[in-house]
Write a protein of this length. Structure first.
Length: 228
């Protein structure tokens, strides 16, 4: 299975598991095609979903000019985005797909990172790692439903840690969690440092708007997320 080097990692930002019911739906409009996808996680920074691998336009680095997010009884929200990761799943005909939003409500989103500071180990570091390893790995799933359930259990298990982070860091936090589970118990040193930094809530994020801010991200959160 394809893995991602942190040195090559260009997407640095958040995803927040939706807490609305019923679950949101998403449609990609690309190359005059409409592709319905199954939402796993959704946030102002990006989307994780499952997509049929027959939709061969859904490949890494593909630009999607229109992504429509729908929740029943809510007004649809439209983004533009870029596919940053595509991986196989327990079901051969379905791929796991990560999308980073690059435009929302006529605002261009540009991401960057502050320099990483040298920090001392925290007394909670071992417990973060032990908790991560206590969850069953989604790689052992025998069906798509089981894989989805296992992913959500892990994400829910680190919900409190994600709340410490700026929104633009949450996407990256869940990306790191996914990679840590793929490589356990042999965690790469740099990846483990990033995981622990994010668990501690250390801020290294930047989120730059090149057009006038209109409160679009806040409006998005009010529509699609509720903080428990």
């Amino acid at each position: 299975m394809e893995t991602i080097s942190l040195n090559e990692e260009k997407r640095r930002y958040h995803r927040l598991q939706p807490t609305v019911e019923p679950e949101p739906r998403a449609t990609f409009e690309v190359d005059e095609r409409k592709i319905e996808v199954k939402v796993v996680n959704l946030s102002p920074g990006g989307l994780l979903c499952y997509v049929n691998n027959k939709d061969n336009c859904c490949k890494s680095e593909t630009y999607i000019p229109k992504i429509i997010i729908k929740v029943p009884e809510k007004k649809p929200v439209t983004f533009a985005g870029k596919i940053v990761r595509v991986q196989p799943t327990a079901e051969l005909e379905i791929n796991f797909c990560a999308v980073e939003f690059v435009e929302f409500n006529q605002k261009i989103l540009k991401k960057g990172s502050k320099p990483l500071k040298n920090t001392q180990p925290d007394i909670m570091d071992d417990s973060y790692l032990q908790r991560l390893q206590s969850y069953k790995n989604f790689l052992v799933a025998k069906s798509l439903d089981e894989e989805l359930a296992l992913r959500k259990l892990i994400y829910d298990g680190f919900r409190e840690e994600s709340k410490k982070l700026q929104l633009e860091e949450r996407w990256f936090f869940y990306e790191i969690i996914d990679e840590m589970k793929r490589r356990e118990p042999d965690f790469p040193g740099g990846m483990k440092i990033e995981f622990l930094r994010l668990c501690r809530g250390e801020d290294r994020s930047e989120f730059v708007y090149h057009k006038k801010r209109t409160g679009g991200i806040k409006n998005f959160l009010k529509k699609f997320c509720r903080v428990k």
